[in-house]
Design a protein around this ligand. Sequence first.
Ligand code: PEP
Length: 248
Amino acid sequence: MQINSRRSMVAGNWKMNGDKALVKQMKKQLEKASLENMDAVICPPFPYLGMFTDSIKLGAQNMSQFDSGAHTGEVSVSMLKEVGCSYIIIGHSERREDNFESNEIVAQKVEKALNADLTPILCFGEPEDIRDDGTLFTYIATQLDAVLKQVGIAQFAKIVLAYEPIWAIGTGKTASPEQAQEVHAFVRGHLAKLDSDIAAKIVILYGGSVKGSNAEELFSQADVDGGLIGGASLNPDDFLSICLAANQ
Ligand code: PEP
């Protein structure tokens, strides 16, 4: 529920899941839904991007930090634009871990996406041991500062942020609404040291085991503007119920 000027958003990260049948079902589900107060975005695997129509906002799950050339298996930002993407997930913890993407590589990718007018959905968040040892806010500030250093606060304003505590991703262990709110408020406070207007306007999503049953409570927090959804985005009914929670 939005009582501020920020527009709610829900993005579905299919990861390496889904097939042509799911593309068809999701298109049907979203095309008939009335979601006038929020943006619903689907981020399917690369092979399915071209199967969506203009009526659905699309995002990719990864892009190269290079423009073109000898980078086997990589996909460039211009290719993503050509197939209709307007968003790009950058810095997901699975890519940071599986593909050794450092804060610096993440920052380079964000800059490349912004230069091409693609909106980065910049993921950040802590592993459980960092939360337990009390260095959560330093850890998160370091992740965000790497991008701020690369692009500056004015460009940073064009990013959608996604707080994704790693211990909550795909585990069924959702952050409590208070835990999510605490981090989102910290992030706004951190950005406000550079620009209070940008801090107030930037969209911050929560991700980590969001479902139809917990979305409304999470999204009702003052600084939570929607969600980045993994598992539940693979079920069109569940995904729609999360979108409807953000549409209120
Ligand atoms: C994600 O991977 O971005 C995510 C939030 O996954 P899940 O919703 O399955 O926890």
